[in-house]
Design a protein around this ligand. Structure first.
Ligand SMILES: Cc1cc2nc3c(=O)[nH]c(=O)nc-3n(C[C@H](O)[C@H](O)[C@H](O)COP(=O)(O)O)c2cc1C
Length: 111
């Protein structure tokens, strides 16, 4: 987490990415998000303005759990600007067309 904390100090955008495991983000990402407490609460790092999220899942419409934390923690609590949520499910995950969509999504994050 020490590496993450120092990166958070420099970052102007946070992009969180996770597979959906049991209706929520992975344990590994949840662990990191829980430890943001010491770096981002009660005040966000000075440069951090924007957030985006990338999710993959087995089934469609499985994103409510992840969206709950995304909205609650990053929009409402930290007041970051939502740059969008990218999702891919099932066979889409490995497809060339979805990868192109993801690249376009990434390019838009720079604006
Ligand atoms: C432990 C575990 C729990 C999972 N839980 C869900 C779930 O609740 N909903 C869902 O749509 N997919 C679930 N998945 C599927 C993963 O989200 C999916 O495997 C992951 O996004 C990677 O996609 P891929 O297997 O097509 O590479 C789960 C996978 C694992 C290993």
């Amino acid at each position: 987490m020490q590496e993450v904390y120092s990166l958070l100090g420099e970052a102007d955008i946070l992009v969180i990415a996770s597979p959906i495991y049991y209706h929520g983000v992975s344990g590994q990402l949840k662990y990191a998000l829980d430890h943001f407490y010491s770096a981002a609460y009660p005040r966000k790092p000075r440069n951090l303005k924007k957030v985006a999220m990338i999710l993959s899942s087995g089934d469609p419409k499985m994103y409510d759990g992840a969206m709950f934390s995304y909205k609650g923690d990053f929009w409402e609590y930290l007041g970051l600007i939502d740059m969008g949520v990218f999702t891919a499910y099932g066979m889409e995950n490995g497809s060339a067309s979805k990868l192109k969509e993801l690249r376009d999504f990434g390019k838009n994050l720079k604006s």
